[in-house]
Design a protein around this ligand. Sequence first.
Ligand code: F6R
Length: 604
Amino acid sequence: MCGIIGYTGFREAKNVLIESLKRLDYRGYDSAGIGVIDNQLQVFKEVGEIPNLEKEITVVKGTFGVGHTRWATHGKVSKENAHPQLSCNKKIALVHNGIIENFKKLRDDLEKKGHNFSSQTDTEVIVHLIDEEYKGNLEEAIFSALKKIQGSYAIVVVCEDEPGKIVGARKESPLVIGVGDNENFLASDIPAFLKYTNRVIYLDDGELCVITKNSTKVFDVNKIEVSKKEELIDWDFKDAEKSGFPHFMLKEIYDQPDTIHQTLRGRVSGIEQSIDFPENVGKLLDRNLDSINIVACGTSFYAGLLGKYLIEKLTDIPVFVDLSSEYRYFGTRNKASLVIAVTQSGETADTLAALKEAKNSDCRTLVITNVIGSTATRVADGYILMQSGPEIGVAATKTFTSQIIVLFLIALKIAVLKNKLGSDELYKYILNLKELPRQIREILERSDGIKNIANYIKDANSVFFIGRGINYPLSLEGALKLKEISYVHAEGFAAGELKHGPFALLTENTPVIAITTKDATYDKIIANIGEVKARGPKVIAIADDNDTEIDKHADFVLRFPSNSRLLSCFSITVILQLLAYHVANLRGCPIDKPRNLAKSVTVE
Ligand code: F6R
């Protein structure tokens, strides 16, 4: 889960690499390093965040080099284990994201041949293998070395003897070329070079590329040059900046009125009263569809659970939701089912594996993702983009609401195809969807009230989130958001489940957040609030502006503007995000980079 970058061009490579690493540090951040060649290879590495590394760097003038932010998988956090890793003669420098499964055997063999290792990383075997094969041509040596490697990798390599040349290769880890004028980039993620260019070429699994400042060449596993399409990314560089907010997470929460609008853009027509997706999705969402299987991890999994409620409610077709890490080994593959993978990054290893399993079992596959050209978009039969722009904060926020929008649009589309929804009803939903950005703005204006509640719960031993129906996955997501960024223990429950065990944990210092909507189970959740209060904890309800009943039952109430019942999930989500943010901020936590977590989980 590391971030990698290579640069070759006319600028001072040191500056470009450091700048790029700052944009990549959400991928991993226990240590970082750069290697720059100016006749001779010079390497700087440091434990901790990028500013620590910056302090270490002395004058270095070269215009090509590589950089890396590390999130340890093999070997402790140390300078030696930081990348770049070097060949014995210190002429070849390599950065790597992924895991080399057969590294122990390779290391033993290389040591027998006289190679001296200076780290405990799996990565170091790759650079020694390349060194072993090197006969004056870097790409040839890399082609030969990669044949011996089992595992996943994206690598970027430079050699002192081949000025201006960078070679990269990928298998099951992302790598993308940034095409500039008189300069080129190679990185694990687009934000790394977005400041310099928005022209990209995605590498596919098994491909190797050779870039210089004026050329980009891509080869397949058989060393045949392949012609690749250049794509334009319409993300604004400023989208990857904090725009004056203290944290990316807060900026991304505040982006939501706009990102929801972006996700709806081009898909929803109030005039024609229709929902439209790109052409290749049409063949996947047809009227004969009789079941759906959603696979995802973490927050995307909770979006999937929400999607189940929405799709089942509107279409009557059954939806099964599996964690990707379970589905890939144990999931029931039903050929008649459409498998929908929900993945912000499009690179989550377990979700990619689940998707491949589904394809191998002849299921039709669709991906909901935020990253065009990501591996998931190339594996699946079709994809729908969230259109939320880059998300930098480790905790998913704006991409979660965009995922729910897409799932909601899928539900509406299928409902129309199956004649379950008349045009008047569809029109009402479309109008409600278009109202969402305004409602989210209203919630954002209520942030201070949410902060007061955050102040109340910030020292709790544990916080429970409860809800029924569509509010149950929201409870799970509310708890995940709180625990991952504030380190306050939190759990989400279906409200009816408390009495089956969790009640035992309730004390006066366990505030309970009860998500309530005026639906068929409203009386039930009111009863649950009563049961909770009888055991001592204070209850904070999240309720509709029009709910006059709730004040009689809850100790505090956070309100959201009234909307169609199914669409209240968006406002509630934003309240939960702000609550988690304020608690984490009041506790002084590193909000954008919670400990032990990384943005893209590209290893199993
Ligand atoms: C939590 C969070 C993670 C991701 C999960 C899946 O805030 O962001 O739980 O949702 O790692 O990532 P994607 O959606 O990229 O597959």
